[in-house]
Design a protein around this ligand. Structure first.
Ligand code: UDP
Length: 218
């Protein structure tokens, strides 16, 4: 059976995740090819040693099975592409670096990308297409929705709920909640880099600073 894997996006995020994708296949002792998909490409080219092509060309490639990691930081774009892949019967592919630490009772939905030095501890549920960039961690009893993005070095402590499409900036830290009252980061909220989040963040707002405060739109 032939299998073809792809990293969707050949910009910063995709080129950083391709080595992680290679590690994933080496661990699985799978010698299949991994290509880049990027819709900015008019013809098949090479990027960092891999064939690169647009989505239409990828669809024309012959393989019994195709699986794709959507390596694009913008969560709305990830969702749009995930829906298209689903409609085309193509699997979402989860990848993780060799040195990722996964502890007990983790439910990780399809399409995740866990970069080097990420740790996920115990009793954690994570939705579709989660991106955890370099050195991020998720501590015990967290619930993370679909299409959530962690930039590098995010410290997500215990008993935190992060809703769909939230974006957590580089080096942000989020204070732990309690089992009765988890700290909640609302749907589509943005936490600025380096923010120290000490209380729940409402849906759709941006917070920055220490302690993190809502940025009022002018
Ligand atoms: N892209 C694509 N199809 C889409 C949307 C985006 O192939 O429908 C590609 C786009 O051409 C670009 C990459 O995804 O190469 C996104 O790169 P960007 O630098 O914006 O973000 P990052 O790599 O940081 O996620």
């Amino acid at each position: 059976m032939t299998k073809l894997y792809a990293v969707y996006g050949a910009s910063g995020c995709g080129r950083s995740l391709m080595p992680v994708a290679r590690q994933q296949l080496v661990r699985a002792q799978d010698a299949s090819e991994i290509v880049f998909i990027d819709d900015s490409l008019a013809e098949i080219t090479r990027v960092n040693g891999h064939r690169a092509m647009n989505y239409t060309t990828f669809l024309d490639e012959t393989a019994d099975e195709k699986a794709v990691q959507i390596a694009i930081a913008n969560s709305r774009v990830r969702e749009k592409i995930a829906n298209r892949l689903e409609a085309d019967g193509i699997q979402l592919w989860s990848i993780m670096a060799d040195n990722v630490v996964l502890m007990d009772q983790i439910e990780l939905a399809a399409g995740a990308a866990l970069s080097p030095f990420v740790s996920i501890t115990s009793n954690i549920k994570i939705g579709k297409c989660f991106h955890a960039n370099l050195y991020s961690y998720v501590e015990h009893d967290c619930v993370i929705g679909d299409f959530v993005t962690f930039a590098p070095g995010v410290k997500c402590n215990g008993n935190i709920h992060i809703e769909d499409h939230a974006y957590i900036g580089a080096g942000a830290m989020i204070k732990q909640g309690t089992p009765d009252q988890p700290l909640v980061i609302g749907r589509g909220a943005v936490v600025g880099m380096g923010a120290v989040v000490t209380k729940s963040v409402p849906t759709g707002v941006t917070v920055v600073g220490n302690p993190a405060r809502i940025v009022e739109s002018k």
